[in-house]
Design a protein around this ligand. Sequence first.
Ligand code: AMP
Ligand code: MG
Length: 315
Amino acid sequence: MQTTLTDSAEEAAAILNSGRVVAFPTETVYGLGASIYHPEAIKRVFQAKGRPGDNPLIVHIYSLEQLADIAVEINSDARKLIDRFFPGPLTLVLKKNPLIPDAVTGGLATVGVRCPANPVAREFLRLSACPVAAPSANLSGLPSATSWEAVYEDLEGKIDCVLRGNPSSIGLESTIVDCSGSKPLLLRAGAITFEQLQTVVPEIATNTNPDKQAPPKSPGLKYPHYAPKAAIILCHTDETRSVAPSSAYIGLSEPPEGISLFKRCQNLEEYGCELFSFFRRCDSKGIERIYCELPSNQGLGRAIRDRLMRAAGKK
Ligand code: AMP
Ligand code: MG
C-alpha cells in the first residue's frame, strides 16, 4: 500500500472520509485515525499497529456538540473538566452512546473522548466532520510517535496517509480521567496534572490508591508500552555511576561519566517532550542501555515516571 504524505488537512480529511486510515498531528502525540462510521477502517487501525482488539481507541472530536453522539449521562464532574480543559490534552472516559461500534471501545460500555487543541488536528477534525477514533500512531508496544517522520518509520506501507505537522508540543499521551463512575479516577497521568485536576474535582482518586477497592483499570494499560529496543535503566538524581559502553542518558541532572549520547533537559516540560524521540534516536544508533532519571511524582513528573516505569517493564 502506498502511504500518501500530505500537508493538506483537506486532502487528509477526504482520505479519512473515503474509509481509509490517516495519521495526524496532535499536541500530545501523533494519532492514527479512522472514522467511527467506517468499521473496516477501524479494523485496519488495529491491524496496522498490531494492536490487541481489547485495547480501546480514543474518539477525537472537533466540537462539543458532537459529545451527545458519543457519550450518555455526562455527570457534573465531567462537565466541569470539559469546561476547564477542553480543547486540550485530556481524555474523559464516559458511558458510551450505543451508536458507537464495539470495535472502537474494545467491547467496553464506556468510551474515551478527547478534543485536541493543536490547530492542524482541529482543522483536520473540522473538515472530517465525523468523530475520529485514534490510538497513538506507532507500532504497538513501541514509543509513541511525536513527529511525522517517526510515524512514517513505523507505519509506512501500512496506512493510507500521514498528515504532516510540527513535532508534538507535549510529547506524552493525554491524561485520562474516568468519569463513568460515582467519583472521577485518574487512569493515565499526562500533561494535565493530578494537581490541576484536583483544583476542579477535589474528589479525584488515582488508580493506585490502596484504599480504593479494585477500581476499574484502563484495559490498554496492561500491555507493554513505550519500550525502545535498548534496555531502560532507571536512576535517581544523586546517583553518580560509571556506565557500560554504548549507553545513553536522558534527565534533568548532569549525565554520568563516559556516556556516548545524552539529553540533559532544562525542565520537566522538555523532558516529557523529548523522551520518546530520544528513545527512537537511541535505537537508530544501536545504543544498548538508556539511563533515565526518575523525576518525583509531582506535576508533570507523575506522567514521565509512569512512562519510564512502563518502558522499563516495572509497571
Ligand atoms: P493510546 O492513545 O495509544 O494510548 O490508546 C488509547 C488508550 O486510552 C488505551 O490504551 C486505553 O488505555 C485508554 N482508553 C481508551 N478508551 C478507554 C475506555 N473506554 N476506558 C478506559 N480506558 C480507555
Ligand atoms: Mg499508544
